[in-house]
Ligand binder design. Structure first.
Ligand code: GLP
Length: 247
């Protein structure tokens, strides 16, 4: 795939460092960039590096705007498990971004359909996404676009797959506390981003990562759609890349 560039890191920290340098370069070249951001354990190290780079004067978020991929339904922004809370904690409170320029779907929206329309409007109004950071779920999901029969174009409310609930329960006190539904940006929106930066670490993601890039393009493996994107950067560690033919 000549639209895929691979930055291979030795381990999680090295992958995070390489991914952070991509975001720093993006903000240097275009300080008013619209960054699509992600949550989960994969980007924690990268956000920490960006916060430290800000402290040492090496990156400036003052003109940046951000749109997050997803948010759990019915979790309030100040709920420690919400993705808004995660973003505040790991990045927004640690850099000079104007919080009014940061967007995360409103998990408490009384009218989910309206919330989806509103989120689509925000992304369009910002002029689309310059760089979209994503992780990959164990079942190949990106954002919360779960395996299904079609690639959803825009923001929608999804019922989370059992595998996702299982994987994410580690962040909650009890498995029953994991929300069953979430708002997520659609695959079409992710595909419209000028650059997609995918970060993956650990041997347990090796199989799904190989399937995503070397298997058939199918909504049963949502990340496989990235084979059709014109500009994908994959920052991954050796363990995640261990089943890649070229590595
Ligand atoms: C979560 C998020 C995704 C994330 C994925 C992997 O459910 N909605 O955006 O990429 O699962 O998470 P992790 O990085 O913790 O493996």
């Amino acid at each position: 795939m000549n639209n895929l560039r691979i930055y291979k890191g030795a381990d999680y920290n090295d992958m995070s460092r390489k991914a952070a340098s991509v975001i720093q370069s993006q903000l240097t070249v275009k300080p008013e960039s619209v960054l699509g951001l992600a949550t989960g354990s994969s980007p924690v190290g990268l956000y920490d590096i960006l916060a430290k780079a800000y402290e040492s004067g090496d990156v400036d978020f003052s003109r940046a705007k951000t749109v997050n991929l997803d948010e759990y339904q019915w979790l309030a922004p100040d709920d420690e498990q919400s993705y808004r809370y995660f973003m505040q904690k790991h990045l927004f409170s640690r850099v000079n971004i104007n919080v009014d320029n940061t967007y995360v779907p409103n998990g408490l929206a009384a009218d989910p359909e309206e919330e989806c329309k509103h989120y689509n409007y925000i992304i369009e109004h910002l002029g689309g996404i310059d760089l979209q950071l994503i992780g990959i779920g164990h079942n190949g999901h990106i954002g919360f676009n779960e395996p299904s029969d079609e690639f959803p174009a825009k923001t929608h409310l999804v019922n989370l797959a059992q595998k996702t609930i299982e994987a994410n329960k580690r962040f909650f006190k009890r498995a029953e506390d994991v929300p069953r539904a979430a708002f997520t940006m659609g695959i079409g929106t992710i595909m419209n981003a000028a650059v997609v930066l995918l970060i993956v670490s650990g041997g347990e993601k090796a199989e799904i990562l190989k399937e995503a890039f070397f298997g058939p393009i199918t909504p049963r493996v949502p990340a496989s759609v990235l084979q059709l994107h014109r500009n994908v950067i994959l920052a991954a560690d050796g363990a995640a890349l261990s089943l890649f033919p070229a590595s």
